[in-house]
Design a protein around this ligand. Structure first.
Ligand code: ASP
Length: 304
């Protein structure tokens, strides 16, 4: 049994502002990522390789707020966060506040594999990336006119803004179950428009925005990071399954539709459990998302 689920952020453009051309571009970006991850799983590859490939594909697509499409922070920089976790070994790697690194998820994996640490930040993480020979890109590569305008708007009234005025969170992520029964999760983001220099969201925090454990599930979150950190969303779902014996659906319902809602935590997540159940819950208008199994490959944006 193999399974893959991906997201390109919760929130999404309001239906009224979505054109068919834009929708096609978003769907294509999601399909490419599903394809990139699924072909690894279907040829016997690992869940870790599949989530890395799917997230890299989304980082390389300017439609999403990660990698080349990352939003501008308060000083006009792109500071990116990412994490990856292996549900088999509970190994994890994460990075926060890096600029000009082409694929932050690859850096997160390199930190996991080639350092004795879990999380590196800022210039130290960039130095490590250089030492490891990872690819860098100049500022032009990360420039995107839509995101620049969003930042200018947010700057006017000193607001921290999600990736779209309509509250779109564009973070990307993937979760997978491979043929060996191993789960993995990965998340990557530019964070929130006009966020304060040095702000870290939930994505690189193991247990908040990203978590995987072969005993329970693999989770990648998207939404208002501060609230997802406070609700320890990904680990909470795993704990409800591990210690209370809840199903993935029951655990997601409690965390996404009750606990998060009560504290104003808008967003969603993608999840796969060890039995291959896939859940894609969100409490926002929509969530760019998709999944693939042996019989279906599907991408979706809105609730239906
Ligand atoms: N969770 C991300 C953050 O707060 C934002 C997002 O999902 O788009 O950094």
């Amino acid at each position: 049994m193999i399974r893959l689920a991906i997201h390109g952020g919760a929130g999404t453009i309001l239906r009224s502002a979505m054109t068919s051309e834009l929708q096609t571009q978003y769907e294509q970006g999601l399909q490419d990522a599903l394809e990139a991850g699924y072909k690894i799983l279907s040829s016997g590859g690992s869940a870790m390789d599949a989530v890395e490939a799917a997230v890299m594909s989304l980082e390389d697509c300017p439609m999403f707020n990660a990698g080349c499409g990352s939003v501008f922070n308060n000083t006009g920089k792109h500071e990116m966060d990412a994490a990856i976790m292996d549900g088999n070994t509970l190994d994890a790697g994460a990075v926060s506040g890096v600029s000009n690194v082409k694929n932050p998820v690859k850096l997160a994996l390199t930190i996991m594999q080639n350092s004795e640490h879990v999380l590196l930040t800022g210039t130290g993480a960039e130095l490590f990336a250089k030492m490891q020979g990872l690819e860098f890109e100049d500022d032009k590569y990360f420039y995107n006119e839509t995101r620049y305008k969003q930042w200018q708007e947010a700057l006017k009234d000193d607001r921290v803004q999600l990736d779209h005025t309509e509250k779109k969170f564009g973070t990307v992520g993937a979760v997978a179950l491979d043929a060996q029964g191993n789960l993995a999760a990965a998340t990557s983001t530019g964070g929130m428009t006009n966020k304060k220099f040095g702000r870290m969201g939930d994505s690189p925090i193991i247990g908040a925005g990203t978590y995987a454990n072969n005993n329970t599930c693999a989770i990648s979150c998207t939404g208002h990071g501060e609230l997802f950190i406070r609700a320890v969303v990904a680990y909470d779902i795993s704990c409800l399954m591990e210690y209370k014996g809840l199903s993935l659906q029951e655990a997601c319902d409690i965390v996404v539709h009750d606990k998060l809602v009560k504290i104003g935590g808008e967003g969603g997540l993608i999840a796969i459990d060890k039995y291959g159940n896939i859940k894609l819950p969100f409490n926002s208008e929509g969530m760019y998302r998709g999944y693939a199994n042996e019989t279906e490959k599907k991408v979706m944006i809105y609730k239906d």
